[in-house]
Design a protein around this ligand. Sequence first.
Ligand SMILES: NC(=O)c1ccc[n+]([C@@H]2O[C@H](COP(=O)([O-])OP(=O)(O)OC[C@H]3O[C@@H](n4cnc5c(N)ncnc54)[C@H](O)[C@@H]3O)[C@@H](O)[C@H]2O)c1
Length: 694
Amino acid sequence: MTAITKSVDLDRRGRVAVLTVNNPPVNALSQHVRQGLYEGLKQAISDSAVQAIVIVCAGRTFIAGADITEFGKPPADPSLHTVLDIIEASPKPVVAAIHGTALGGGLEVTLACHSRVGVKDARFGLPEVKLGLLPGAGGTQRLPRVVGVEKALSMMVSGDPIRADEALKAGLVDEIVDGDLTAAGVAFAEKALSEKRPLKKIRDLDDKLAAVRGKPEVFANFRKSVARQTRGFRAPENIVKAVEAAVSLPFETGLKRERELFVELLNSPESKAQRYFFFAEREAAKIPDVPPDTPAKEIKKAAVIGAGTMGGGIAMNFANVGIPVTVVEVQQEALDRGLGIVRKNYETTASRGRLTMADVEKRMGLIRGTTDFNAIADADIVIEAVFEEMPIKKEVFAKIDKIAKPDAVLATNTSTLDVNEIASATSRPESVIGTHFFSPANVMRLLENVRGAKSSKTAIATAMAVGRRINKVPVLVGVCYGFVGNRMLHQRGIQAEKLILEGALPHQVDRVLYDFGFPMGPFAMGDLAGLDVGWRIRKGRGVKSPVADRICELGRFGQKTGAGYYKYDEKRNPTPDPDVEKIIVDVSTEMGITRRPISDEEILQRLLYPMVNEGAKILEEKMALRASDIDVIWVYGYGWPVYRGGPMFWADSIGLEALRDTMLGFQRKTGDAFWTPAPLLNRLADAGKGFLDR
Ligand SMILES: NC(=O)c1ccc[n+]([C@@H]2O[C@H](COP(=O)([O-])OP(=O)(O)OC[C@H]3O[C@@H](n4cnc5c(N)ncnc54)[C@H](O)[C@@H]3O)[C@@H](O)[C@H]2O)c1
C-alpha cells in the first residue's frame, strides 16, 4: 500500500488498483483528497501491471461532498474538474464502490467513473440546490445522461438523495453488492475486464437525452410542478436551464453553459444568503459556556403534561424517533380527544403514503396516555404544555417536583410566562428550562430553548441535544416576554394593524410579505391560527385592538369559522371581504384617521424594520447569543425566506445606516416613539458596520 497523500492510499489487488480515500468524518473532497485521487490515478494509469481501478472510501461513507472549510477561500489545485477529467479519460475502467452517502462532489466523482456499484443502504444525491447552487462539476450534464431528464431534474432541484434500489432502477448504479465493498468493487472490475466490456463514459451517452429532445413540454411541466416549492429561489431555474443545455448542446458546450449558470448562482444574493444560513444553523448549536463535552442527560423516556394543541404534537416528536412518551391529562375526556388527534395526524400521513399503518401503530404504541400524574416518575425529561396561566403552571411544577426523578430535566412550553417564576415553584430550579415549540409542534422545526437564571449546564445541554434528537433546530434564548421570535413578531403586528387603519387593506399587506417570500402575511396567519385566541388574551389583559375585536365580535375567528380577515370557501381559499373593508374604514373614520394610499415599499419597511430594531435590543440584552441565531429562529419558526438569510442578515444587506435613517424618517413623520432606533442599531449604523460583523 502506498500513501499518495495523507488521505488517499493506492493498493493493488492483482491487476486491479484500489484507491482508498480516508478523510474522516465524511471523506469530504479536501484539497489533499483531490490531489491524492489525481496522483493515484496517474500512477495507476501509467502502471502496466494495472488494468482497472477501483475508488472506494474508508469509514462510514463515500465522499459526502465538498470540504466546507474551503468555502470562500481561493480554489486550490487540482480542481475537481481536473480530477474528474483524469478519471473519465482513463483508458482503464474506473469503478466507484459506494457506501454511506455519495453526495455533491462525491456523486460527481462517481459520475466520471465508468461504472458504479453500491451497497444496499447507500444513498446518492446532489444537494447543491440547498446552498443556492447547482452541481458545477458536470453533474447537470452527466446525471440526465444516466438517469434521464425528469429523474435528474427532480434529484437536483429537490437536493434530496435517493436510495440504492431507486438508483439501480434509474441506472445510476450498475449493481448492488454486499460483503466487503473493496472486494466487491474489485470483483466487478475483474468481471468487466474478463468480459472485455467497452468503457462506458457518461459524457458519450445520448439515448435518455434523445428521448426528450424536441419536447419542451417536459421542462414546462417540470417547472410547473415545482413552482410552489421553488418560489423565490434562483438555483432551481438555473438547474433546469443547465439540463435543457444538456439536451440541446454537445457535452463540452453544455459544460460551459453549466459553468456560466453556476457562476451566476455563486454571485447571487440568494446563494450568498443560503450559504450564510448553512453556517448560521451550525453556529446555533454552539453555546460558549456550555461546551460540547458538557454531560447531557440521555433521554430514554419522556413525559408531556397536557394533551392539547401543543402537548399532542410534542409527544409525537418523541414517538417519531422511538422514545416512549407518557402523556398526562387532568380528565380522561381531554386525554382521549388529544390522543385521538395524534392518531388522526398519523393516519393522514399514512394515507399520503409517507408512513405505513404498521408505523402508525408502532408510534401510537410508544405514546401512553394517563390521568395519573405519578406516571411521570420514570421520565428523563418532563415537558409541561398546560394552559398558559402562571398559577396553573406553578401548581403543575410543584407537583412535577414531587414526583419526577431527581435528575430529570423539567421543561415548560410556555410562550409568554417567566420561566424563572415557574422554576421557583420547584425545589430544583437548576433542572428547569423552557422548551418553546412552535405550532404545529410535530411539524415546525424550530425549538427555542429558554435558559432560566438558574438553569444548569446539564439542563441546557440536554435540551439542545434532545432537540436535535427529535429533528428540531434548537436555538438557545433568554427569558424575556415573547422570547426572541414572538417578541419580534409582536413589533410587526403593531405596524400591520396601523397600516390597515391608515389606508392599506389586509390583502395588500399580506401580498407584500408573500411577495417578499413569506408563506403568508400577518392577516392570513391570524386567520389560520384562529383570531379568538388573541381576542381572549386581550380581553383578559384589558387590551383593545379595534379592528380585530370587531371582527371577532361577529364570530369571525378565521379559517375555522369560514371567515376572519378574509372569507373562505369550502376549500379554505381566501378572498378579500367587503364587510371587513367596511369595518376597517369605519374604525379609521371613528379614530379620525384620514386614509391614504400606502406604497408596497412603505408596507415592507414598516413591517420588517421594527423587527430588526427589536432584534438589536434582543442582542444588546443578550437574549440571543448572536445575530445569526435570530435568523435561524425566523427561518425555521416563521417562514422567513432562507434565500434572504433572516432578518439580521437582510438588514445588513440593506445597510444599517439606511435602515436606521428610514426609521428616523417615520419617526419625524409620525412623532411616534415606536421608531426610536435601538442603541445598538445606532452604534452600528454610525460605525458603518452590520450585525454580523460586530
Ligand atoms: N398553541 C400554540 O400555538 C402554542 C405555541 C407555543 C407554545 N404554546 C404554549 O403551550 C402551552 C399549551 O398550549 P396549547 O395551545 O396546547 O393549549 P391547549 O389549551 O390546547 O391545551 C392545554 C391542555 O392542558 C391540559 N391541562 C390543563 N391543566 C392541566 C393539568 N394541571 N394537568 C394536566 N393537563 C392539564 C388541558 O386539559 C388541555 O388539554 C401553553 O403554555 C402555550 O402558551 C402554545
